[in-house]
Design a protein around this ligand. Structure first.
Ligand SMILES: NC(=O)c1ccc[n+]([C@@H]2O[C@H](COP(=O)([O-])OP(=O)(O)OC[C@H]3O[C@@H](n4cnc5c(N)ncnc54)[C@H](OP(=O)(O)O)[C@@H]3O)[C@@H](O)[C@H]2O)c1
Length: 245
């Protein structure tokens, strides 16, 4: 039986790298979500799907219940179960607490916190049909109460990610059959991190430890593949190292 993955935010950045890596595995089927099936921004993903029949591109705008339910229905009809969900889609939320607009906070929470919750509610019964179900929320060290938050001045982002970490803990308690993971993908060169170049006065993110999407995705997938029930409710990075909550 095929291993069925669902990856959100799959048209660029870490999401695209995750799907690219998963597409090379012949026994894997990947549902790769995008916001807009007509956007020029999904060309690379469509090209990948054109070459690899195990990649299926579907629409999902977080936190749409309608999209999430339609996606679950399609997966149910086509393959009948889900093994791994990687809730990767997210947006930035820049600015300090008193400077960022309230809308920035609401948007960050809608996409980064409510999005994975709505998705989980739609797909958990499909996950329960797997022998080793995994829900991996792509969190961030920014959401670590111990080590996160500073220095990137992204209050809304950091707080929304800390909240999503508690959601992962909640899954582990309410759904003990599902391995619930919070994963920090590393500091990765994507559109999401370009603002850091100016902020830190650097030319390339590698100057402050940044990695490529490819390295991040391979690491995240290895961590997921090696996870079992003993790892539920853990917060780890792409190397498998523990991140303090
Ligand atoms: N890059 C890093 O250094 C880093 C560090 C820590 C954690 N992370 C986390 O890693 C994940 C991926 O980050 P990234 O750097 O690859 O980000 P990115 O390049 O900005 O890509 C974000 C993805 O999310 C999608 N997305 C945004 N809003 C959405 C919505 N409302 N509904 C559905 N999809 C939506 C985007 O689609 P569109 O193209 O349509 O906008 C895009 O595919 C995120 O969870 C991020 O918080 C990243």
């Amino acid at each position: 039986m095929s291993t069925v993955y669902l990856v959100t935010g799959a048209n660029r950045g870490i999401g695209l790298a995750l799907v690219t890596e998963l597409s090379t595995k012949s026994t894997t089927i990947v549902y790769a979500t995008v916001r807009d099936l007509a956007s020029p921004d999904i060309r690379e993903l469509l090209a990948l799907a054109g070459k690899n029949s195990n990649v299926r591109v579907v629409k999902l705008i977080a936190p749409s219940e309608e999209d999430s339910k339609a996606l679950a229905k399609r997966i149910e009809e086509e393959v009948g179960h889900l093994d791994v969900v990687i809730a990767n889609a997210a947006i930035d939320g820049q600015g300090k607490i008193v400077e960022a607009s309230i809308e920035t906070f609401i948007n960050a929470f809608q996409v980064n916190t409510i999005g994975p919750i709505v998705l989980f509610r739609a797909v958990h019964s499909l996950l329960e049909k797997s022998k080793r179900p995994i829900f991996a929320d792509i969190s961030s060290i920014s959401g670590s109460i111990t080590n996160g938050y500073a220095p990137a001045e992204q209050a809304a982002y950091a707080i929304s990610k800390a909240a999503s970490n508690m959601f992962v803990k909640g899954i582990s308690i309410e759904h003990p059959n599902i391995i619930a993971l919070a994963l920090h993908p590393g500091l990765v060169k994507t559109r999401n991190t370009t603002h850091l170049l100016d902020m830190f006065g650097i030319k390339d993110l590698s100057e402050i430890g940044g990695i490529t999407t490819d390295v991040s995705a391979k690491g995240v997938i290895k961590v997921i593949e090696e996870s079992d029930k003993s790892h539920t409710a853990t917060f780890r990075d792409y190397k498998g190292d523990t991140v303090p909550w």
